[in-house]
Design a protein around this ligand. Sequence first.
Ligand SMILES: Nc1nc2c(c(=O)[nH]1)N[C@H]1C(S)=C(S)[C@@H](COP(=O)(O)OP(=O)(O)OC[C@H]3O[C@@H](n4cnc5c(=O)[nH]c(N)nc54)[C@H](O)[C@@H]3O)O[C@H]1N2
Ligand SMILES: Nc1nc2c(c(=O)[nH]1)N[C@H]1C(S)=C(S)[C@@H](COP(=O)(O)OP(=O)(O)OC[C@H]3O[C@@H](n4cnc5c(=O)[nH]c(N)nc54)[C@H](O)[C@@H]3O)O[C@H]1N2
Ligand code: SF4
Ligand SMILES: [Mo]
Length: 760
Amino acid sequence: MTAGAPAYRTCPLCEATCGLKITVRDGKVEGIRGDAEDVFSHGFLCPKGPALKALHEDPDRLRTPLVRGASGELRPATWDEAFAVIDRRLGEVRAAGGNDAVAAYLGNPSAHNLDAPLYGRALLKALGTRNVFSASTVDQMPKQVSAGLMFGTMLGVPVPDVDRTDHLLILGANPLASNGSLLTAPNMRGRLRALRARGGKLVVIDPRRSRTATEADEHHFIRPGTDAFLLFAMVHVLCAEGLAAVDAQVAAHLAGLERIEPLAADFEPEAVAEACGIPAGEIRRLARELAGAPRAAVYGRIGTCTQEFGTLASWLVDVLNVLTGNLDRPGGAMFTRAAAGAANTRGQGGQGRGVRLGRWHSRVRGLPEAYGELPVACLAEEIDTPGEGQVRALITIAGNPAISTPNSGRLARALGSLDFMVSVDVYVNETTRHADVVLPAPSPLQRPHYDVALYQLAIRNVANYSPPVLPPDDGILPEWRTLLRLAGCALGQGPDADVDALDDLVAGELARREAASPGSPVEGRDPAELVAALTPRRGPERLLDLMLRCGPYGDGFGVDPDGLTLARLEAAPHGIDLGPLEPRIPDVLRTASGRVELAPEPIVTDVERLRAGLEARGANGTGLVLVGRRQLRSNNSWMHNLEPLVRGKPRCTMHVHPDDAARHELSDGGRARVSSAAGSVEVAVEVTDAVMPGVVSIPHGWGHDVDGVRLGVAASPEHAGTNSNVLADETRVEPLSGNAILSGIPVELSPVRAAEPTPA
Ligand SMILES: Nc1nc2c(c(=O)[nH]1)N[C@H]1C(S)=C(S)[C@@H](COP(=O)(O)OP(=O)(O)OC[C@H]3O[C@@H](n4cnc5c(=O)[nH]c(N)nc54)[C@H](O)[C@@H]3O)O[C@H]1N2
Ligand SMILES: Nc1nc2c(c(=O)[nH]1)N[C@H]1C(S)=C(S)[C@@H](COP(=O)(O)OP(=O)(O)OC[C@H]3O[C@@H](n4cnc5c(=O)[nH]c(N)nc54)[C@H](O)[C@@H]3O)O[C@H]1N2
Ligand code: SF4
Ligand SMILES: [Mo]
């Protein structure tokens, strides 16, 4: 029996980046606990962290490539066989339909590892397709659009300084279940309790009394999709009562302030109260208390994004942060200064190019691109609508769009009709069952880790690198090699391109960009010399070392010998704390004006739609609507095959308020039929007053009992659940961001009576 020293690893499953302490004996994981010495999480973890063991050992987790055989079955194959098929069939599709005939979809876990962010870009570039989709347009794209327009970069999103604030207003987020989003902060429960213990106030706005709401000083139910009305009314109060007090440093770099008051004019609390379901007096008090708190932050997340006015609501969150003097000051909403990967960490007087949206449009519906991708709500129609530019092949990477995107029924049919599909994934699930080739990715314990994306949104500046805990399974390729080999096919280099040579190109390109970047510590240096200095590293570690060394804390390849390198992170298994957030305006800004754009034109224009929406509410804002919810032991669509997480009472239930249950003759523990414009499902009913009247809630990510999946646990009748995105209407997107509207879907309910005995 050999038990090595414990291994330390950052959990890659959500945005909280908890440190794990993993004991391994004889090559097997013995136990996973929170790492008490982790500089950021201090031992905190949730039940999903230890489930990495079950994930690693899951017999259904893929360990070899699969190729669809003549009989139509996916069967094990060698990598060479798999790539030979990919090279030939992708080549055929592109020869017949051009580059745009191949679409790509990147799912959520690709933001949680090193490989996809660093090498996915190389693959997309090689594919040269405009049909790039991701989970971002069923998630945070509205915030990225509002932040991009206001501050100039897509990840320049202010995060609430939770540890120092006196007043936190949360809308549409439930960090006690989700562990935070666009807010990297392990142990949010502890942090929120500390906020209250020091005399601070926590206010939650949510159509459900969420776990976070039960911990708050104050919770207000809000009618789904009406956050922009509420927030505008608060802006109105601040302006009308002379409570706006912009911070002096921010005021010196601010444009558009004078446009805010007139824009808010129509949204007085009395005008929006009924639509929101929050009395006008309460709205006034919320605004006054926010303005009166010494340090306060407004934070909105997915409930404020996946809705009709997502970009407006996301923008108004930061308008309130500006007007109350809380943007960019300790205890307010601040910008992280990440150690690696952020485009805006060096001072350039704040000037930049800003963001350009809508550089191209989707073929069928003409929806605009944002940050190089099209709304995933268009994916099905791009596949099933004939004509030039029709998508005939799809590559999915770490994504399950068949469950996570709107109108799953139509998308499933579309996926089934493709000429060719490749998936890089760890399971055969609702999406990858349609693939002709499935390429496995290693388990998280078999790969190195650094949260390039999430550390850009952390409430402290931190850096933590984890080496692999276990050696790879025999013959499995690291994901970055798979992505580069796919790129090789797309580049016409055949099925076994020289991956190391491609990797050298990627590293060379990154070094070239750094050397050409004004203000970089390596500005003007020879890129080849920089890459040579990273020897013998390659792959993601080489790129990470390069980014760290050129980053704001880096050694600059000799400029600051005490600066950060990957080697220093390797010597610090519990991570390195780089300190609390500090004010960063103007240096963080990358708008063309070099200012915070408080009233960006596309957003101002959209206010007219909001006014119309308010008028329309009066007439028809009273029907039943559907929202989602997240659960601590679940992670989107893909961790339901792990027995330790799904055991216990069924989680995929519809929450219905007792009044609505009575009206629709639904009973707790019974079943209901739920119908919308897009489809209809049957779901288990849970009657609870934790959801407001007029609203029902079904968690997304379920509905695993479909043909062809290989999910022994998840697909079983007791765990399969219901796919709520059958109900989401893919034709409804938020116009500025193209984000799908998943919250506030009009539905109708009816009881499902116990099955009548079927006649023999
Ligand atoms: N109605 C409704 N729909 C929603 C949401 C909602 O709130 N309501 N939320 C939306 C949000 S926020 C998101 S982010 C999306 C998520 O949408 P997706 O990203 O499409 O779905 P996930 O469930 O995260 O699926 C992740 C996939 O990656 C695979 N996987 C896991 N680890 C790895 C790995 O290391 N490498 C590779 N290659 N594959 C891996 C899993 O097997 C799974 O197939 O869903 C969205 N859909
Ligand atoms: N355990 C667990 N953790 C996760 C995930 C998971 O699936 N499970 N997914 C991860 C991902 S991909 C993401 S993006 C994050 C998301 O993290 P969060 O944004 O915290 O997501 P939720 O927990 O779904 O909380 C959203 C809340 O918005 C409310 N809501 C719905 N509609 C509206 C509305 O119109 N207005 C307002 N004010 N509220 C509304 C819902 O009732 C819900 O309580 O979580 C991440 N963490
Ligand atoms: S909260 Fe849970 S899932 Fe998220 S990083 Fe921590 S242990 Fe992992
Ligand atoms: Mo997400």
